[in-house]
Design a protein. Structure first.
Length: 366
């Protein structure tokens, strides 16, 4: 296992002092080291943005930036990697740290297994030289790879398998005033929606808690579609579905998913109907992959929802107001936007959805 803090010091000595990306479970401890060290580190909305920031940094400083991401995010990063930084275009060097979910020999979820199988082949097709990190003695090989990137003006990649980095003690975060948990919202929904209500839930704890609570309570009124992958696409899938169905459609989204493809919200004004309702579950963190902070700054969600074309806006951050606000939201004529600030924390022994073909078949059954 590689000591996260020592490895960061190694990179800093190599004059790699600019970091950007979307954290994941494989790189989480390294990201904790970044936060503790207080180096220049930007958690971005999506992986393509992180690559673009790295390109801008290199153009301004001639230095090598580091971009971290999960292999599932390589799709978001492909455009700037192939059309800007590639050696056949501008030849801008970057060092990628890619979390390898679904690596061969490691038991993982179906969607990660697919990404895991194609990762190395994808990097080869992009012309990106890579090294699978195994132990701390790899620093010589890593130094060689870094020197190659600088000398040849090419992007290179370090591949990070699960549990590669050692745990880092987290700094204490400021206490939050919110008194609501994700499960409170989900339980109320399941108990108060009708048989013709469909819920689309985003990747991570939203889908996992919705799945577990539905099974535990033998929930059979409506039907759920769990977006177990494709972070940032929950709105587009549910919005498109609502255009062709008269059912009440609820999109249960997370803050990380919300910001990843924010441009898709421009579609609300164009194709949404009265049957569409959107819930933003906001705990300002990538909770399911280690709790890295999402900085939403001073976003005015009311003004934002108005600009996107939502007709009604609701806000909730205290449990005592949950029932009345949720009932108002569910009775409203959409498109409606419900911003819910929650405390971090999830159910114990949380299961993962499986049998995706059965989930799809049940969801599409009339």
């Amino acid at each position: 296992m590689i000591n996260s803090e020592k490895f960061l010091k190694f990179l800093l000595k190599k004059n790699i002092k600019y970091y950007a990306g979307v954290p994941d479970s494989c790189t989480n401890e390294f990201c904790n080291a970044l936060r503790n060290k207080k180096v220049s580190n930007i958690v971005t909305a999506n992986e393509g943005v992180a690559v673009s920031l790295g390109i801008g940094y290199h153009l301004a400083t001639k230095k090598l930036p580091c971009v971290y991401l999960q292999n599932s995010g390589l799709g978001n990063a492909t455009d700037p990697l192939t059309n800007l930084s590639n050696k056949e275009v501008y030849g801008i060097p970057l060092i990628l740290m890619i979390g390898w979910r679904g690596a061969p020999g490691i038991n993982d979820e179906a969607q990660h297994d697919i990404q895991g199988r194609i990762l190395l082949k994808s990097l080869t097709s992009y012309g990106i030289k890579y090294l699978v990190m195994k132990k701390e003695s790899d620093t010589k090989k890593i130094s060689k790879l870094i020197n190659f990137a600088k000398k040849k003006n090419q992007t290179v990649a370090l591949i990070i398998k699960p549990k590669t980095f050692s745990a880092v003690k987290k700094q204490k975060l400021e206490k939050k005033v919110e008194t609501i948990f994700r499960k409170d919202i989900i339980e109320f929904l399941l108990e108060n929606i009708g048989k013709k209500t469909k819920i689309f839930s985003s990747v991570g704890y939203n889908s996992r808690e919705l799945h577990q609570i539905s099974l535990k309570k033998n929930y059979k009124k409506g039907k759920n579609f769990l977006l177990v992958g494709a972070m940032g696409h929950t709105l587009s899938v549910s919005l498109s579905y609502s255009k062709f169905k008269n059912d009440q459609i609820i999109c249960l989204d997370g803050d990380g998913s919300f910001i990843m493809h924010l441009g898709s919200f421009m579609l609300v004004n164009r194709i949404s109907r009265k049957n569409f309702k959107y819930i933003l579950i906001n705990n300002e963190s990538h909770e399911s992959i280690g709790g890295q902070k999402i900085d939403l700054g001073k976003v005015d969600f009311k003004k934002l929802s108005d600009a996107f074309g939502f007709k009604k806006y609701f806000f909730l951050n205290k449990k005592k107001d949950l029932k009345i606000k949720m009932r108002q939201f569910l009775k409203s004529k959409g498109p409606s936007f419900f911003h819910v600030k929650i405390k971090s924390g999830t159910l114990e022994n949380l299961i993962r959805p499986k049998n995706f073909q059965s989930i799809k078949k049940n969801f599409m059954r009339v």
